[in-house]
Ligand binder design. Structure first.
Ligand SMILES: C[S@@+](CC[C@H](N)C(=O)[O-])C[C@H]1O[C@@H](n2cnc3c(N)ncnc32)[C@H](O)[C@@H]1O
Length: 109
């Protein structure tokens, strides 16, 4: 059977640990502008470096990815750090929509 995109990401994340993931440069460079409370959504979070950074800042973070391997590693890291990661990460396929999160999501193409 042909490996799916999810299988490929799962394989990559089996080889990696959360500590090896780096948050986006733009987020690190502008962290002082990010509020210390409220909520954040990290879509296609992978090992969740962005989610963990935002949770450590004080935000309640929901993190989604289609890779169960990544989400489980992220959830374990959040638990160890006592961080507020909603539902401890979610295994979700963005292609299936995000009806429980928002009715409309805009992104720059
Ligand atoms: C390049 S990685 C980025 C991971 C993370 N945001 C980062 O910056 O390190 C892309 C991620 O998108 C996820 N992904 C791809 N298509 C997806 C989909 N349809 N639904 C949910 N996650 C998806 C993959 O599993 C992978 O973790």
């Amino acid at each position: 059977m042909k490996p799916t995109d999810r299988d490929k990401w799962d394989d990559r994340y089996r080889e990696r640990e959360v500590a090896s993931a780096r948050a986006a440069e733009v987020l690190c460079d502008h962290l002082h502008l990010v509020p210390r409370s409220g909520s954040a959504l990290d879509l296609a979070c992978g090992l969740g470096a962005n989610a963990l950074l935002l949770a450590a800042r004080g935000l309640a973070v929901e993190a989604w990815d289609r890779s169960p391997v990544a989400v489980e590693k992220l959830a374990a890291a959040a638990r160890r750090g006592g961080l507020d990661l909603h539902e401890e990460g979610r295994i979700g396929d963005l292609d299936a929509g995000l009806r429980n999160v928002a009715q409309l999501i805009a992104r720059r193409p």
